[in-house]
Design a binder for this molecule. Sequence first.
Ligand code: ZN
Length: 192
Amino acid sequence: MTGGPYSGDEFDGVPRQEGAVGVPDAYQRLWVPYRMAYIRSNHTGPSAGGHDQECPFCVAPTLSDEDALIVHRGEHAYVLLNLFPYNSGHLLICPYRHVPLYDEATPDEVGEIAALTQTAMRVVREDSRCDGFNIGFNQGAIAGAGVAGHLHEHVVPRWAADANFFPIIAGTKAIPVLLGDTRAALAAAWPA
Ligand SMILES: [Zn+2]
C-alpha cells in the first residue's frame, strides 16, 4: 500500500518494530516522553480505603436503589447506572470500599467486579440488543476519572447507529430512555 499511513518502515512516522503488533486507528500520535516526569510528579498515593461522605460511590449504597439508580448489590461490589451516561444502559461497577486504583482492590473485590461485568453484559445485551461494548476503568483524574478517589468500571453498550452529530455540534448526547425506566428494567432482568 502506498500513500496511506502505512509506508514502508513507518506508521504515522513511528518506526516499525520487529514483532510489534497493534490495531491502527484514526489518531495521530504525538510522542512526548519528556512529559513522563510531569505525569509521575502528579501521582497520588493509595488512600485508606474507608468511607468518604463526599464521595458519590460511597454515598450511593446508603440510599434506596431507586434514588441511587442501583441495579444490583453484590457482596463486595455493586452496579449502578451512570448519572451522566454516554449511552442508555451505561453501567458503573464499584467496590463498596473507597479505593482509587484497581491494584488496591482485594481478590474478592476483583473477582466479584469481573463476575458482575459478565452479568451486566448479558443483562444489557438482552435488554437493549446492543451490537458491542466499551468496558474499562479510568484511574486517576489525569486519565479522565470523574470520581478519581473511588474505583469504578464503565460498561457502555454500543450500537451501530449510536454516534450521531449531536455530540460534535451541540456538546449534547441524545439519550433515548429515561434513567429510572432503564434502572427498573435492568434490575428486573438481573439474575437472582
Ligand atoms: Zn468512595
